[in-house]
Design a protein around this ligand. Structure first.
Ligand code: DGJ
Length: 738
C-alpha cells in the first residue's frame, strides 16, 4: 500500500494524501526548510526546492554562511537569534541568560499511529501516519520533536511539538508554539471570527497586511473576542473556488494564531499558546508538550474547507460514542424562569415539555444551596433544600417517571465569595498576593492548576451524576480570568498558571466523562466564550451563544459554521420579545433559525408553552423527525448579504436536502432572488416535498431555485410568498429520487 509519508535519501520529507501534499527538507546547514503545501502532487519528493541564496546586505548571516540567511528561508520551526527576524516558534533562555536558539536537524521516525499528547486533548488516530522529526539545539541541549499526522481520509494535518531539556541546567520557554508554516509570496486575505458576549462569531475578512496580524486570547478562555480560527486564502477566494490555508488549535485557553507578511512578501502562520505572559521552566530531563494545531488546505474555497473541518471534527474529535446519536430535544429552565425555580416549577415545566413532545427537561442555574441570584453559592454543589426539598436524585427520578430525560447545569470552575467552599478554602481561587481579586458576575475563578481543587470538584459533581438519572450536563463558565496566580506554585512559576489551569480542567473533564460515558455534556461559557476543539473533545455539543433572538443568531451560526459542524451546535426557541435585544419574531423563525443545529429545544415559560401548544407540538415533531438528518450532513452557506441568509443541508445519506431562507427586513418592490444550490447530484431529480414538483439536480445548481418573495402585497400569481413583514423564514425540503 502506498505510504502517505515518504522520505528521500537527501532528507526531503513528503506528506501526501488525496487532499494535499506537504513537503520540507533539511538544508546543508541543518535547517528544516519548508518547501511546499498545496494540492496533492504526483511526485512530491521531486518538487523543486527553492534555494534562496542571494546575498543581501545586513541579513546574510548564518554562522558565517555568506550566501545564506534565515530571514528569507521558509522554515518548519523557526527560532530567533541567527538571522531570522520574523516572529519565532520557539524562544526563551538558558541558565546563562543566552536567548539565541538554533535548532538543527537530528533524526526522524515514522509511525503508523498517532501518539497521544500528555495531559492534553488530541484528535484520534486511525488510518493515519505520523512523522516525528527531532531538532536539537547543541548549545542549550534542547530537543524539539515535531509531530506531523496525516490521515488517509481527511484533508487535515495535525501538528504539535514536544520540548525536552537534555541538559543539566534549567531552560526557560517563552514561545512554545505548536506549528509554524511559511507560505510563498502571493496576494492573501485573512478570515477570522471575532465577537463578544451574545454577538460571537462575526466574520472579518481583510487583506493580509505587511507586518503581523494576530488573533489571540489572554483571558484564560479561548474567548468570544476571537475564536481560535484563522484562514489565509488567495485574494478573491469564494465558497467554491480558491486556495485556503486554515488553522485552529485544540486548546481552550490563551492561544495565538498569527500571520506575518515579511520583507520579501513571504507569509508565516503561527499557531500555539499565546506567548504573552507565558513562561515555562523546563527542568533537566523534563518535557513540555504543546497543544495540537490543526491545518486544512484546499484549493476549492471556503465551503470545501468547512466540509473538511466538519467531517474531521465528527470523526476524530467529538466523543465517538455520540457520533451518530441524534440529540434529544429539551426544555431548558433558564429563560423560562431564571433563578425563580423550585421543584414544583420544574415539574410544571416538565409536564408542559412532555405535552409538546419534548424529550428532556434541563434544570439550569439556581438549584443549589442558597442560590437565589448570581451573588452566592457557586461551589456548594448540594441541592437547595428550601426549594428542592426532595433533592436532585428524587427530582430527576420524578421527571423521568413523566417519560422525559433529565439534565442539570453546573458551573464547576467558579466560586462565589458567599459560599461555604470559599469560607473553607479562600486560597483555592486564582489570585496574587496583595491584590484584591476582581469579581466577574460576583464570582471568582477556582484554581484548577491545583490537584486538590480538581479532586474536590470531581468528587462533588460525581456524587450528583452517580444518582443514575442524569442524562445531560450543561457545563457553564461565566467569567474571564484575572489576577492569574496560584498559591500552589512558587513565585517563579506563576506564569505557568494559565496553562496548568487548562491541564487541570482537561483532567477533570476526562475523569468525569470517562466515569459517566452515557451522559451527554454540553459546553457553555456565557454562550460562546470557550467554544473550541479542546472542549469539543470531551463534549459533543455547545451552547454557542446567549443570543437567543433568531435574527441575531443567524450570523453566529453562519460564522461558527466555517469551522464547526452544525452537529455541535445547540439552539432554543426563546421568548419573544427576546430577552437580549427585545426583538419580536414569529415562532416559526425562532424554530427555523436553529433548525440545522443538532441540539434543539425551548427555553419558554409555562404560559408561553400553553399559548403556543399546537405550533410547538408541530415544531418539536419536525425536530424529532429530522433529528437523524442533523447529524453528519453537509452544510452550505449559499447567501449571506446582510439582509438575507440562505443555507443548505444535504443529509449524510444524500437522500434529503433542506434549504433554509431568511429574509430580515422587508421592503416593497424587491428583486426576485434565486438560490444556487450546491453539491447535488447533477444527474438526479429532486422532489420538492411541499408541492411534489421534480427538479433536476444540475438545474437547481446552475439555474437555481426561485426563493419565496417578501412583499407588502400580492404582486403576481405563480410565485411563492413568505410571511409579510420583517424576519420571515422559509424551509424547503427535497427528496432525491431514484
Ligand atoms: C450563562 C449561560 O450562557 C446561560 O445559558 C445560563 O446557563 C446562565 N449562564 C445561568 O447562569
Amino acid at each position: 500500500m502506498a505510504r502517505m509519508i515518504n522520505v528521500s535519501d537527501n532528507k526531503t520529507f513528503a506528506l501526501s494524501n488525496d487532499f494535499f501534499s506537504y513537503v520540507f527538507c533539511v538544508t546543508e546547514e541543518g535547517i528544516l526548510q519548508h518547501v511546499y503545501y498545496g494540492p496533492p502532487l504526483k511526485n512530491p519528493l521531486e518538487v523543486e526546492i527553492h534555494h534562496l541564496r542571494t546575498q543581501r546586505e545586513a541579513a546574510s548571516v548564518f554562522q558565517g554562511g555568506q550566501y545564506f540567511s534565515l530571514s528569507d528561508t521558509p522554515q518548519e520551526f523557526p527560532s530567533f537569534g541567527t538571522s531570522d527576524y520574523r516572529f519565532p516558534a520557539v524562544h526563551g533562555r538558558n541558565h546563562d541568560g543566552n536567548t539565541v536558539f538554533s535548532l538543527l536537524y537530528k533524526s526522524y521516525k515514522v509511525k503508523d499511529v498517532k501518539p497521544l499528547l500528555k495531559k492534553l486533548p488530541a484528535s484520534r488516530g486511525g488510518d493515519c501516519e505520523t512523522l516525528i522529526v527531532t531538532l536539537s539545539d547543541p548549545l542549550h541541549l534542547l530537543d524539539v520533536e515535531l509531530y506531523y499526522t496525516i490521515y488517509k481520509h481527511h484533508g487535515v494535518l495535525t501538528r504539535s511539538a514536544k520540548f525536552k531539556n537534555r541538559g543539566e541546567q534549567e531552560l526557560q520557554l517563552q514561545h512554545a508554539f505548536s506549528s509554524s508554516i511559511d507560505l510563498p509570496p502571493a496576494e492573501y486575505e485573512v478570515l477570522h471570527l471575532h465577537g463578544t458576549w451574545a454577538r460571537e462569531f462575526n466574520e472579518e475578512r481583510i487583506d493580509v497586511p505587511k507586518g503581523r496580524f494576530v488573533v489571540d486570547s489572554a483571558r484564560g478562555t479561548s474567548s468570544a473576542a476571537h475564536n481560535p480560527f484563522m484562514a489565509i486564502m488567495h485574494k478573491g477566494t469564494t465558497e467554491d473556488l480558491g486556495h485556503v490555508y486554515a488553522s485552529t488549535l485544540m486548546y481552550s485557553g490563551n492561544f495565538a494564531l498569527s500571520v506575518e507578511k515579511g520583507e520579501f512578501e513571504d507569509v508565516r502562520m503561527l499557531a500555539g499558546i499565546n506567548p504573552f505572559n507565558f513562561h515555562w521552566r523546563l527542568k533537566p530531563g523534563k518535557t513540555f508538550c504543546t497543544p495540537e494545531a490543526l491545518h486544512v488546505f484546499t484549493d476549492k474555497g471556503l465551503g470545501r474547507m468547512s466540509h473538511i473541518w466538519h467531517n474531521f471534527i465528527r470523526k476524530k474529535i467529538t466523543p465517538e460514542r455520540f457520533a451518530n446519536v441524534p440529540r434529544p430535544t429539551y426544555l431548558n429552565t433558564w429563560e423560562a424562569a431564571y433563578f425563580d425555580i423550585d421543584q414544583d416549577k420544574v415539574m410544571d415545566l416538565a409536564h408542559q415539555a412532555k405535552s409538546v413532545g419534548v424529550d428532556m427537561l434541563v434544570l439550569d442555574d439556581g438549584w443549589f444551596e442558597g442560590r437565589r441570584d448570581d451573588t452566592s453559592s457557586l461551589g456548594d454543589w448540594r441541592a437547595d433544600r428550601e426549594r428542592f426539598a426532595d433533592g436532585i436524585p428524587a427530582l430527576a427520578a420524578k421527571v423521568k417517571a413523566e417519560g422525559l430525560k433529565f439534565g442539570i447545569w453546573f458551573e464547576p470552575e467558579m466560586v462565589n465569595p458567599k459560599s461555604q467552599l470559599f469560607q473553607d478554602h479562600p486560597d483555592w481561587i486564582l489570585h496574587v498576593p496583595g491584590r484584591t481579586p476582581s469579581l466577574g458576575r460576583n464570582q471568582l475563578t477556582l484554581d484548577l492548576s491545583r490537584e486538590e481543587v480538581v479532586d474536590y470538584l470531581f468528587e462533588q459533581i460525581d456524587i450528583i451524576l452517580s444518582c443514575g438519572d442524569i442524562d445531560y450536563v450543561k457545563w457553564d463558565m461565566n467569567r474571564n480570568m484575572t489576577e492569574v496566580g496560584s498559591a500552589g506554585l512558587p513565585k517563579n512559576r506563576q506564569r505557568e498558571v494559565s496553562h496548568r489551569y487548562m491541564l487541570g480542567l482537561y483532567s477533570l473533564l476526562k475523569r468525569l466523562t470517562c466515569k459517566h460515558p452515557n451522559i451527554l455534556f454540553e459546553n457553555c461559557a456565557s454562550g460562546g466564550n470557550r467554544f473550541d476543539l479542546g472542549m469539543l473533545n470531551y463534549m459533543p455539543q455547545g451552547w454557542i451563544s446567549d443570543m437567543s433572538d433568531p435574527i441575531g443568531r443567524l450570523q453566529i451560526i453562519n460564522g461558527a459554521s466555517y469551522l464547526y459542524p452544525t452537529d455541535t451546535m445547540a439552539a432554543y426557541i426563546g421568548p419573544s420579545p427576546n430577552h437580549q435585544n427585545g426583538r419580536v419574531t414569529s415562532l416559526q423563525t425562532r424554530f427555523l433559525a436553529g433548525f440545522f443545529c443538532a441540539a434543539r429545544g425551548l427555553s419558554l415559560n409555562e404560559a408561553d408553552v400553553v399559548e403556543h401548544k399546537d405550533e410547538l407540538f408541530k415544531y418539536i415533531e419536525m425536530a424529532r423527525h429530522s433529528a437523524e438528518d442533523m447529524i453528519g450532513g453537509r452544510f452550505h452557506r449559499l447567501i449571506n448579504n446582510g439582509n438575507e441568509v440562505c443555507w443548505q443541508l444535504t443529509t449524510a445519506d444524500e437522500k434529503t436536502v433542506y434549504l433554509l431562507y431568511f429574509h430580515i427586513l422587508s421592503a416593497p418592490n424587491l428583486p426576485f432572488r434565486r438560490a444556487y444550490m450546491m453539491g447535488l447530484d447533477p444527474k438526479s431529480e429532486y422532489l420538492m416535498v411541499e408541492d411534489g414538483t421534480s427538479y433536476n439536480g444540475d438545474a437547481l445548481m446552475s439555474s437555481g431555485l426561485a426563493l419565496p418573495y417578501v412583499t407588502t402585497g400580492h404582486v403576481k400569481d405563480n410565485i411563492r410568498y413568505m410571511d409579510k413583514g420583517d424576519f420571515s423564514s422559509y424551509l424547503f425540503i427535497f427528496k432525491k429520487e431514484g
